[in-house]
Design a protein around this ligand. Structure first.
Ligand SMILES: Nc1ncnc2c1ncn2[C@@H]1O[C@H](COP(=O)(O)OP(=O)(O)OP(=O)(O)O)[C@@H](O)[C@H]1O
Ligand SMILES: [Mg+2]
Length: 328
């Protein structure tokens, strides 16, 4: 049963309005009556013990992290009946999905700006010991405030990379269109899953459509070129997006820092992970080298022919001269 406006939890948090609702949780804007400040209250709607454990994990992970592009956790409690609540910092604004629906696709500068802030948060999470993989980067989980702040929310299915590299039991598989193949197929995810999801999020922000589902892509469904859908996108940004969206993790950027370099054009991607478009460029280069060889050979043959003609001419001239001087 969702919470009603003005309902007060723990004699402290007064519900104001519903901010969003997913399959497993609802998030409300609420007023903290003790401190007289706005907060976001996330309620766990999943009643299974797995869902409850997962919600507790989200709270524990948030307690351990502190970063300007991640929400700060302020409180966590159970209500009677087993309902769990997580109280966190409130970010006024809209999520990226709402923004694109309301105002249309972002400009290249806006898209790169938000992606760099999300990369800051991801780099921070990936640098934890053990590393934290968000596993649900998508437009609905990226908040943008009018002041330009970017916040990556929803660590609901995040996992910590332990030695066994296991996915938390009962964890959901990720969102179609944004989750990479290894996550949808339960093959095991690492930090490169977050980079794929950010590439997919950028694709949406610039074209208004999520990329095709990773399973469909693995079965041959084509990934439409972002530049065909939005010609205002630069070749460099398209290259970076397609690089992040490689189906095979080894072909993607190997770290948040590497994706940042590809987005800002600071350094070319490593040779072994050449994205599709660059491979096409290399084919062009190969054709160029072949053409040069043919031109070289033709020139050599022409020079030889010229030498033969010259020698023939000299021999002919000498024979004419010999006849003219009356030699027998
Ligand atoms: N701290 C926050 N401040 C403002 N709005 C928020 C905040 N956290 C979440 N929201 C809004 O609520 C929506 C849902 O939040 P969240 O993604 O955490 O929950 P969920 O998707 O329902 O949860 P889950 O995926 O764990 O079931 C977000 O898309 C966002 O619009
Ligand atoms: Mg969410």
């Amino acid at each position: 049963m969702p919470l009603n406006p003005n309902q007060i939890l723990r004699q402290r948090y007064q519900i104001h309005s519903l901010l969003g609702q997913g399959g497993f949780g609802a998030v409300y804007r609420a007023l903290d009556l003790n401190l007289n400040r706005w907060c976001a209250v996330k309620e766990n709607l999943g009643s299974s013990s797995t869902a409850q454990r997962q919600f507790e994990r989200e709270a524990q992970l948030l307690t351990r992290v502190r970063h300007p592009n991640l929400p700060q956790i302020w409180d966590y409690f159970d209500e009677s009946g087993g309902r769990q609540y997580l109280v966190m910092e409130f970010a006024q604004g809209v999520n990226l999905s709402q923004l694109v629906r309301q105002r249309g696709v972002l400009t290249e500068a806006q898209a790169v700006a938000f992606a760099l802030r999300v990369l800051d948060a991801l780099e921070y999470l990936h640098a934890q010991t053990p590393p934290i993989i968000h596993r649900d980067v998508k437009p609905e989980n990226i908040l943008l405030t009018p002041q330009g702040r970017v916040m990556l929310v929803d660590l609901g299915i995040a996992k910590q990379l332990t030695g066994s590299n296991s996915t938390p039991s009962g964890a959901r598989g990720g969102s179609p269109g944004y989750a990479p193949l290894e996550q949808l197929s339960s093959a095991g995810t690492d930090l490169r899953a977050d980079l794929y999801a950010l590439g997919a999020t950028l694709y949406f922000a610039l074209t208004g459509h999520p990329p095709p589902d990773a399973v469909d892509r693995a079965m041959g469904k084509e990934l439409p070129s972002p530049r065909q859908m939005n010609p205002a996108i630069s070749a460099q940004l398209e290259r970076a997006i397609l690089y992040a969206l490689q189906v095979t993790p080894a072909d993607r950027p190997q770290s948040a820092a590497e994706l940042r370099r590809a987005l800002t054009g600071a350094a070319p991607p490593r040779a072994r992970a050449v994205p599709f478009l660059e491979r096409v460029g290399q084919i062009g280069l190969t054709v160029g080298i072949g053409a040069q060889l043919i031109i070289g050979l033709a020139t050599l043959i022409l020079v030889l022919l010229a030498v033969l003609i010259a020698v023939g001419f000299v021999v002919y001239a000498m024979s004419v001269l010999t006849r003219a001087t009356g030699a027998p």
